[in-house]
Design a protein around this ligand. Structure first.
Ligand code: SF4
Length: 451
């Protein structure tokens, strides 16, 4: 028998946008493009200021009279509605718009459909309609549903001699902070429990756009790592920072860790410890007083986990320089470390450096490096036995769950094996007490929350 189909839930009301289009036919075409894109995304136009959730004014700045008309139109929209985005030629005339109307939400120049749409998304998010949107708001993800990578920028301003990423991906381009935060919000709404912030150089976020102020849910947020991390910390998920170079500004992140806003975890690719090798590598922030900084971070946040990667056998690396690296490891007592033996990448400047290290010696150094670190890692993990911690479950098999603590990033760090998983499911947080420690992983028993 044919079953009656379920009644379709009422879709959320579409957000309404008022639009004022001034100027020449070229400006008119810009307006058409913006309106077309808005309609395609599910926004509708409002016939009156009072009906609109937000107003866009496309301005003209050609002659004085046109400037006056545009300024007047913005003023009217501000008075009648109060949420105004300005675009068009007047927007390209320095601070004219902001001097006349400091309260406007955003100002873009002509032919900037993308900029206008970005400002609209930042200030008036489009509600997701599962019946008409083919792609969920958090996008399609290849990671398990409980964690997700959040890419905050593309490209890199550095020119490390062993790396060809800048030649492939260009200089740093930071994503608008409003877009990043909105994506993060959608991810958390979709069930993501852990956000892994990634880029080529996370500490440099916003440098390319001079830390411009963006908007998230109508609230101003600077395009800078501290502000981004603080805002991400409000979403209620774990926030883990990767590829953080030790610029002085990184010190500001530590209080966010001690306050529990973001995970006490820093992934800092140091690559080497010898000043000469770092110079040959052309590494960013290589002259910062790394050991002193590590001591200060640990003093302020004893829980902090420091992860890093290193390259051994870089061209010209002497035995003494390699020993310096081992000594650094012993002093820094990093929690997690990855080590690669140098291998030339086609097109990398380091290929032209003299003193290539024989393969067998590179491998020998790598083995010695890993042996030193294995001892450090084992000792640091052993110190965790008996401690209670919160972990996030990645997998459950029979009575055993594989989970991670704040100290463990997925795929690259260790795990916490829980022997009495009970009813735990993937993506659950659990309270455990550590019973045993190995070189990389921990074993634990689950305890009831609050006990
Ligand atoms: S290795 Fe250096 S050049 Fe390559 S992406 Fe990282 S910071 Fe940029």
């Amino acid at each position: 028998m044919k079953q009656p189909s379920k009644p379709r839930a009422k879709p959320p009301a579409a957000p309404k946008i008022g639009f004022v289009s001034l100027g020449c036919p070229k400006a008119l075409v810009d307006s058409e493009r913006i309106l077309t894109q808005l309609r395609a995304e599910g926004y509708v136009t409002a016939p009156a200021y009072a009906d609109a959730d937000l107003v866009i004014v496309n301005t003209c700045g050609f002659i004085d009279a046109a400037v006056e008309e545009s300024i007047g139109a913005i003023g009217e929209a501000m008075a009648e509605n109060g949420k105004v985005i300005v675009t068009g030629c007047l927007g390209a005339k320095g601070d004219t718009v902001r001097l006349a109307h400091p309260g406007v939400l955003a100002v873009t120049g002509p032919h900037d459909t993308e900029g206008v749409l970005r400002a609209v998304h930042e200030n008036l998010a489009k509600p997701h309609d599962p019946y008409t949107d083919l792609v969920p708001p958090q996008g399609i993800r290849l990671t398990p549903h409980h964690y997700a990578y959040l890419k905050i920028s593309e490209g890199c301003n550095h020119r490390c001699s062993f790396c060809i990423i800048p030649s492939m991906r260009g200089d740093l381009v930071s994503r608008p902070v409003g877009d990043v935060l909105q994506e993060a919000e959608h991810l958390v709404e979709a069930g993501v429990k852990e956000l892994l912030v990634i880029s080529q150089d996370t500490s440099a976020y916003g440098v390319d756009i001079r830390y411009r102020t963006g908007f998230w849910n109508g609230r101003p947020v600077k395009t800078r790592l501290y502000e981004l991390a603080r805002a991400l910390g409000e979403l209620g998920a774990w926030v883990r920072l990767h590829y953080v170079y030790p610029y002085p500004s990184v010190d500001d992140l530590i209080p966010l860790m001690t306050d529990g806003k973001i995970l006490p975890y820093l992934d800092i690719p140091f690559q080497h410890a010898s000043a000469r090798i770092l110079k040959l590598m052309k590494r960013p922030a290589s002259s910062e007083r790394v050991l002193d900084r590590i001591t200060a971070w640990r003093g302020a946040c004893p829980e902090i986990t420091l992860r890093s990667t290193f390259i051994v056998g870089f061209p010209g690396e002497t035995e003494a320089e390699f020993e310096e690296l081992l000594q650094f490891l012993r002093l820094a007592q990093l929690n997690r470390v990855g080590c690669f033996s140098y291998s030339p990448v086609e097109g990398a400047a380091a290929n032209d450096l003299p003193g290539s290290v024989p393969e067998a010696l590179k491998e020998e150094r790598r083995a010695r490096f890993m042996a030193v670190q294995a001892e450090i890692s084992a000792a640091r993990l052993a110190a965790k036995v008996g401690r209670r911690m919160t972990v996030l479950v990645d997998a459950v098999e029979g009575r055993t769950a594989t989970a991670r603590s704040a100290a463990d990033a997925p795929e690259i760090d260790g795990v916490v094996l829980i022997r009495n998983a009970g009813d735990l499911k993937v993506g659950d947080f659990a309270e455990v007490i550590i019973e045993k420690a190995g070189e990389h992983d921990l074993s634990a028993k689950r305890v009831e929350a609050g006990v």
